[in-house]
Design a protein around this ligand. Sequence first.
Ligand code: MCA
Ligand code: AMP
Length: 504
Amino acid sequence: MTNPLFDALFAPLAGQDRPLLILPDGESVSAGAFHGMIASYAHALGAAGVTAGKRVVVQAAKSPQMLAVYGAAVAAGAVFLPLNTAYTAEELEYFVEDCGATLLLVDPDRIAALAPLAQKLGVRLESLGEGGSFDASAKDMPDSFETVARGEDDLTALLYTSGTTGRSKGAMLTQRNLLSNAQALVDLWRFGPDDVLLHALPIFHTHGLFVASNVVFLSGARMIFLPRFDIEQVTAFLPQATTMMGVPTFYTRLLDDPRLDRGLVGHMRLFVSGSAPLLSETHVAWSERTGHAILERYGMTETNMLTSNPYEGARRPGTVGMPLPGVELRIADPETGAELPQGETGMIEVRGPNVFKGYWQMPEKTAAEFRADGFFMTGDLGLIDDQGYVNIVGRAKDLIISGGYNVYPKEVELVLDDMPGVLESAVIGLPHPDFGEAVVAVLVDNGKGIDLAQIESTLRDRLARYKQPKRYIILPELPRNTMGKVQKAALRQQYADQFKEEVQ
Ligand code: MCA
Ligand code: AMP
């Protein structure tokens, strides 16, 4: 049966003895074995009631098993929904309920805690990984599977992204979205069977799952598959790798390590950075230390990758390069949508086979973010310079990017505003040497006294760790403009230096 994404990414792995995933303990998983894992998990999905179009939510540690479940979902025509392992049970509940999941896969040690939630929502709960019930079910299954027929327009994944208002929205990604983007990147970044990608990103987001992994599958390359970014493991494995993809924090952490030198990266041909702005000074320092110009690219969950600096030609610090082949990009007046002349700053808008189908069960929100001619409004502000490179100069959306993770201030403010003693709050991002930006909360006391220890303890249960403020500032009132709008820019300006000194 035809299933274009499966046929391109996973079918060619069948029967190949070559290593596909090199694990930190020296073991590896061959391409053929991985293909077999996908097949047996695809059968196990069927046994768990997951038929075409049903949603499988996975919140589990990064492992070959988790990656194989992604392949299995594609094979079975199901919709894969990976979640950040940092999400609390409260956050998880929202996603499972909103998408109407059939199956929830979690780490074995979380089964007991999540059983009541699964029962309440009527979702089947299984454990994935060493000793997991889902693995046990897959073990008895055949290692070949007849893929379920899918078209390019069929839904493959739902990735939730927060918004400036309200709850998270599920971005519906189709086979075409993922395949067209992987093909463009393999070509542009010259991936091939000789490549060894150092993979230290999480696999619950676009960057680690679709950009890094799909490119490896499609090109016949292999990857060194690390559970997370651990500086010891990364420096140990760099000499065996040819490429690495990372968020800017990977590069600043490596630059802080005295072991980083030309020798360590002697085997590398390409370093890619994305998900957050790479400071020009990081780009320059990296070039001086290693002789490599980091290739910065830009993308979004809703659109996959949009632009890239060139493989050959100048990789310009502080820019995200040119639109990928097949991607139309324009700079438009944020109010009217009229295209602006080259050099002027406006909303970055995009159209192409990479752009998602819409938000899950939110037609109004989808309609609000597309222009009538099909261009998607990214919420990023930018310009195209005289050399044709896209420069991102700001964001029209109130968003903080911390170590490559997005934090929407509104979500944190809603929790803070509910706390006893808090009249109101403003959550801002301040420059941070490790995470790029850090979440900082400004609170106003309602006269009953603010208990920070209690706030911190409540937030631990309600919000993922990376969304929790790294600092609290208490003020008698928030600065507002004449329209009554909180002036976050003024707060950022006022506290940036003080915070910088504190975190140095
Ligand atoms: C961990 N912590 C964080 C973050 N990560 N706090 C803020 N921001 C973060 N990103 C918390 C930990 O819970 C811990 O809390 C403390 O900070 C220190 O943790 P540490 O051990 O230093 O963290 P780590 O485990 O080394 O993780 C840092 C990391 C990681 C390697 C930068 O966050 C990471 O892998 N980020 C990549 C994110 C990513 O893949 N983004 C792609 C999104 P405490 O000790 O206080 O308990 S896809 C996307 O954006 C688009 C499509 C695109 O263009 O790619
Ligand atoms: P996400 O919602 O996690 O997909 O995050 C997408 C957002 O990350 C984009 O809208 C940008 O604001 C930001 N982003 C991604 N790559 C870059 C980059 N290279 N430079 C600046 N911002 C980036």
